[in-house]
Design a protein around this ligand. Structure first.
Ligand SMILES: Nc1ncnc2c1ncn2[C@@H]1O[C@H](COP(=O)(O)OP(=O)(O)O)[C@@H](O)[C@H]1O
Ligand SMILES: [Mg+2]
Length: 437
């Protein structure tokens, strides 16, 4: 509570004798005292100073004490000042009216000085405590609000981290699955490859023997002749080695695929390892092959590779492959989207195309990878937000809005590179990755 000499009391009364008595008595009790001779005068003073308490006479010329009180309580800057009514009329009706208008107490004339002082002190104390409480409440409110904001921020962060984790989890379990399948395929394929080599040799030998028979026994028994005719031996001898060759070709391709699958799923190491970017791009393309093929809604997507000569770079291969996957899948989505309103003639003159270019930037000594498509492109609004967390223009289930967000993290945070893009709506998009060498 303030020191009494810092406490100001406004006394409002039209009776000069009363004012004088109160003034002297309050001054001698240590208060600062202001006086007003009627209600209007009091309101005028209140526009300039804010006393800590008001002693208000009820019966005054002009506006009476009740009306003055009503106006004090109406004004936000004065409404919290405690008002004590003073009157010679001690009837209950008056008291009730005064209190209902917001007065805190009632004292009756003639005054009992000790009683007045006690009441004033009590109401001042109450007033200051109330003010303090209000202030504490406001602080609490503020604290609460900032706490709520913090909780909200933290929740958003957590959600982000969780989404990232889920995706990471999915990617790594996909990687494991792919690696597992590649491994399982390898065994039987190795089997076939190994046996094909012998089969080739055996076939070669058998054919040789048959040719020798034909040379030294040009006139075999009729039964043999009949059989030779039935099986079309000449054709068979020519076709059989071809057949084995194409089986060889087939197994070679299976081996390549399984190699690509293993490259794609190369499990992430804690440290960077050297990696051939082109292998990463090729294995990713292979995994997306089914989406590049012609469908009922669109013709095949042509992939043009402008690969430059790149050194192997130190990186996290699994993560880079994830970026290539995101960008290529986005390009395919954009091409499919543009097909929806493209005519057949349009498709002929303007075939769907993904162009992948790589090279070294001689000035900065960095590796550049560009993935361009001639798909639907982005509107200015989409361009603004493309990298935003959870921003997607695709339907639920098709898009997560995480692809570019995570790609940027991988390229910029994990590899110290840069990912940018150019896009023109209706024409296409080009993503540019720059990685330090
Ligand atoms: N090659 C592109 N062509 C056109 N728009 C694209 C391309 N790549 C990304 N976008 C736009 O950026 C948005 C965000 O992409 P992304 O973060 O990968 O999330 P998602 O593919 O799940 O929507 C996409 O929804 C799309 O609107
Ligand atoms: Mg995407």
């Amino acid at each position: 509570m303030k020191n009494s000499e810092h406490i100001t009391i406004l006394v409002v009364d039209d009776n000069p004798t009363n004012i004088k008595v109160l003034f002297n008595f309050l001054r001698s009790s240590g208060f600062k005292v202001l006086v007003a001779k009627d209600g209007e005068n009091a309101l005028g003073k209140l526009a300039e100073v804010t006393p800590d308490l008001i002693l208000l006479d009820v019966m005054m010329p002009g506006i009476d004490g009740f009306e003055t009180c009503r106006r004090i309580k109406e004004n936000v800057t004065t409404q919290r000042i405690p008002v004590i009514f003073m009157t010679a009329l001690a009837d209950t009706e008056h008291k009730v009216k005064g209190l209902s208008l917001g007065g805190v107490d009632y004292i009756t004339k003639p005054f009992q000085q000790e009683e007045v002082l006690a009441r004033i002190k009590m109401h001042l104390k109450l007033h200051f405590l109330t003010e303090e409480l209000a202030e504490k409440n406001a602080q609490l409110h503020e604290l609460n609000a900032s706490l709520e904001k913090k909780v909200e921020e933290r929740t958003a962060e957590l959600k982000k981290a969780q989404a990232h984790l889920v995706l990471h989890e999915k990617m790594s379990s996909l990687g494991q699955l792919v690696a597992g399948i590649a491994h399982e395929i390898n065994n039987p394929v190795g089997f076939i490859v190994g046996n094909l080599k012998h089969a080739n040799e055996y076939t070669h030998n058998l054919i040789n023997v048959i040719k020798l028979y034909q040379k030294y026994y040009p006139n075999p028994a009729p039964e043999i002749l009949k059989e030779i005719d039935a099986i079309e031996l000449d054709y068979l001898l020519e076709d059989f080695p071809q057949m084995l060759l194409s089986m060889q070709e087939g197994t070679n391709r299976i081996e390549e695929i399984s190699q690509s699958m293993r490259t794609f799923s190369r499990s992430d190491t804690d440290t960077k390892v050297t990696f051939n970017i082109h292998d990463g791009l090729d294995s990713t393309l292979l995994i997306l092959k089914h989406r590049l093929k012609a469908k009922s809604q669109h013709s095949a997507i042509e992939v043009i590779k402008n690969y430059g000569i790149l050194p192997e770079i130190k990186c996290y291969p699994g993560q880079l492959n994830q970026v290539f996957m995101n960008l290529l899948a986005n390009a395919i989505d954009a091409l499919e989207e543009s097909h929806r309103d493209r005519t057949f003639v349009g498709m002929q003159t303007h075939p769907s195309r993904i162009t992948i270019s790589t090279g070294i930037e001689p000035n900065t000594n960095s590796v550049t990878i560009k993935i361009a498509d001639n798909g639907i492109g982005m509107t200015p609004e989409v361009k603004q937000r493309a990298f935003d967390h959870l921003f997607t223009t695709k339907s639920v289930g098709q898009g997560t809005g995480l692809g570019l967000f995570i790609s940027r993290q991988i390229i910029e945070d994990k590899h110290g590179g840069k990912i940018t893009f150019n896009s023109v709506y209706g024409q296409g998009t080009e993503f540019i990755i720059v990685l330090p060498k």
